[in-house]
Design a protein around this ligand. Structure first.
Ligand SMILES: *Cc1c(COP(=O)(O)O)cnc(C)c1O
Length: 424
């Protein structure tokens, strides 16, 4: 195979697609070089257009929990496609998927299927504002809830900040009612707050598990002022436990955002919760929300195929794989004399360079600043292991990652860590 295909594609891509990518997280801006263009994928592996094979720890940002091209998903999608790809009318598989989600998630009676996590979070906030008649939304620095205007506010400071715009094109008015607070500290709320939205395990600033009492404290603070608690479980839902983080930590939110795993690798996400809140949505209630491709038959077929295979034992298996992987990578970094953290939360793990444990966005930014992650990323990629091209992401294992893949990854990490240490 011609080894120049990737570079040729990259040149074509940057000419016609802004930055060459259809989502900024795919760019290699913070690690350097050209992104690999995927030709095909199978289980734990990706093959790029030049024929290079990688053990893949991106797995579509966690959407592929079974691994790529799982036969059950491929068959379900193919057979659904043969019956038509979209109708704009309800189908049985939407009902079946909603029932499955409701049965798995504590306190979830009703589900609205949407096409992306962005829409799920946007809709959850709109429901909360509709339910309370209040405007204010509290989010946490470093938590990602998609790219809707109101949720694109963040803050690097340790002090809660009112509405700082994080993107051009977002009017100040759109984030005026967004309050950003530091993760892992329960903010003081008042009766202007419609909702608190949080990733119950933060996985968009590296991996930061909730401090003991944090989620319980949020539940209590919301109850005291009559605000809704929204768990954005787009990553954690059906990934860290048979249900979700709420089940694992024993704290029940009013609304859930789900996505990634639940769509089986197709564009599907969901907002879910108690009937009283969910029935505020149109057409029964006054809160409007809609979608041409919402509950798409290919996506529901894929989601159902995946959820049917996710019994409790699957999470034990994934948790063991992740524990072995994290211990191996942690050992490799320590042996090379690199100060680093490899936090683990159930089936998720991440890598932070630096001596101090990371508990919030400030810490994550500090860990990312040294540039070691970029060096480690490149050294791993050169050895056939594809990590996320950013220090603010986590590692996603799939059920297709077995002993062989973990051993290969730890061997690569051992050599890569020495290379990073030598470059210092
Ligand atoms: C990925 C993600 C989203 C956004 O989902 P999209 O499908 O990319 O719009 C929202 N919240 C969290 C926690 C996510 O990880």
């Amino acid at each position: 195979m011609c080894a120049q295909q990737n570079s040729a594609l990259w040149a074509r891509a940057t000419a016609v697609i802004p930055g060459g990518v259809n989502s900024p997280v795919r760019a290699f801006g913070s690690v350097g070089g050209e992104p690999y263009f995927v030709a095909e994928a199978d289980g734990a592996y990706l093959t790029d257009v030049d024929g290079n094979r990688y053990v893949d720890y991106v797995q579509s940002w966690g959407a592929s929990i079974l691994g790529h091209a799982h036969p059950a998903v491929v068959d379900a999608v193919a057979s659904a496609a043969a019956r038509g790809t979209t109708y704009g009318a309800p189908t049985e598989s939407e009902v079946a998927l909603a029932e499955m989600i409701a049965a798995a998630i504590p306190g979830c009676e009703m589900v609205r299927l949407v096409s992306s996590g962005t829409e799920a979070a946007m809709t959850a906030v709109r429901i909360a504002r509709g339910a309370t008649g209040r405007d204010r939304v509290v989010k946490f620095a470093g938590c990602y809830h998609g790219h809707s205007d109101a949720l694109l506010a963040s803050s690097g400071s340790g002090v809660a900040t009112l509405g700082r715009v994080d993107s051009a094109g977002v009017p100040a008015g759109a984030v005026e009612a967004t309050v950003v607070a530091p993760y892992n500290a329960v903010p003081v709320l008042d009766e202007r707050v419609a909702c608190v939205i949080v990733e119950p395990v933060a996985a968009n600033m590296g991996l930061i598990p909730p401090a003991p009492g944090f989620l319980q404290g949020l539940r209590r603070a919301c109850d005291e002022v009559g605000a809704l608690l929204i768990f954005d479980e787009v990553i954690t839902g059906f990934r860290i436990a048979p249900g979700c983080a709420a089940a694992r930590f024993g704290v029940q939110p009013d609304l859930y955002c789900l996505g990634k795993v639940v769509g089986g690798g197709l564009p599907l996400a969901a907002v879910a919760g108690a009937a009283a809140a969910m029935e505020l949505l149109a057409p029964v209630g006054p809160v409007y929300q809609a979608g041409t491709l919402a509950g798409n038959p290919l996506a529901t077929a894929a989601g159902l195929a995946v959820l049917e295979l996710l019994g409790p034992s699957v999470y034990d298996e994934l948790e063991r794989t992740v524990a072995t992987l994290a211990a191996g990578i942690g050992g490799a970094l320590a042996d090379a004399g690199l100060a680093a953290q490899v936090p683990v939360c159930s089936t998720l793990c991440g890598v932070f360079f630096g001596a101090a444990p990371v508990t919030d966005y400030e810490g994550a930014r500090h860990a990312a600043a040294g540039g070691d992650y970029a060096r480690f990323f490149r050294a791993m990629l050169a050895r056939g292991v594809a990590l996320a091209p950013s220090p603010y992401e986590v590692m996603f294992c799939s059920l297709a990652h077995g002993e062989r893949e973990v051993e290969a990854t730890v061997a690569a990490a051992t050599a890569a860590a020495r290379e990073v240490a030598a470059a210092r």
